[in-house]
Design a protein around this ligand. Structure first.
Ligand SMILES: [Zn+2]
Length: 239
């Protein structure tokens, strides 16, 4: 591992090398990155999950606490704010809907500096959103991307009604309906099926992302799809 690569990562985590977003050349291994990412002051008892499977296990454990009503609200105090003030080291990207009932930090019982969160209506995707999802894995070695659909998604429901009635939604809302057209056609009008199909579609799209492909091949990154139940709080993996 050339020293300059490690140094570049340290600078990126500190937000100093903003130009890194444009160059996209970071290739240091996740393992090395993880070793350099110990808690700054030793106050955090946990270590950042270094692999895709460890990251998913941590999210699952957090979700279990959320479901059971035993959330610990980690990393939400002044010490944590100080710890991450000069660098960030999130272990996952969660790409979810804007729905106010699907807040990733809450439903995975995480805190400050733990997650990159990307949110659009019905977690629909375009190049700008893809860039936001790329940032963590490509520049900081974030090992996991979770695309999270959810029960009773209003955006999916509105899109399905619009497509069914051939009635355009106002403003840019119609762009969301257009993005969901393919999922609508394959769902047979079943909203919950459409939510799941769309989530899996977005996973497939991200897995083909040119910055993700080599990382996935090396086992440094996983892109997975999951479904959140608003009724129970449970996150279930789809793909
Ligand atoms: Zn939604």
């Amino acid at each position: 591992m050339p020293n300059h690569m490690i140094n570049r990562r340290a600078l990126l985590r500190a937000g100093i090398l903003t130009g890194g977003l444009l160059t996209g050349v970071a290739s240091a291994s996740t393992a090395v990155f993880a070793r350099t990412a110990q808690p700054a002051n030793g106050t955090a008892p946990d270590q950042r999950p270094a692999t895709p499977d460890q990251a998913w296990a941590t999210l699952r454990e957090g979700n279990r606490r959320w479901v059971d009503g035993t959330a610990t609200h980690p990393h939400q105090d002044i010490d944590r704010r100080r710890e991450v003030a000069q660098k960030q080291d999130p272990f996952a990207v969660v790409f979810s809907c804007i729905d106010s009932r699907v807040s990733p930090e809450l439903i995975f019982d995480t805190g400050l500096g733990d997650l990159f969160v990307v949110r659009t209506a019905a977690q629909t995707i375009d190049p700008l959103v893809t860039g936001a999802a790329e940032y963590g894995p490509a520049e900081l070695g974030t090992p996991l991307v979770v695309v999270l659909g959810h029960q009773r998604c209003g955006a999916v429901t509105a899109a399905a009604e619009s497509l069914h009635e051939h009635k355009k939604l106002p403003g840019e809302l119609d762009t969301i309906a257009s993005a969901l057209r393919s999922a609508y056609k394959r769902s047979g009008g079943d909203i919950d099926k459409m939510i799941r199909i769309n989530t899996i579609d977005v996973v497939k799209q991200l897995k083909k992302d040119k910055l993700f492909v080599p990382r996935i091949a090396k086992g440094e990154l996983k892109v997975i799809g999951a479904y959140y139940s608003i009724d129970t709080g449970v996150v279930t993996r789809l793909v």
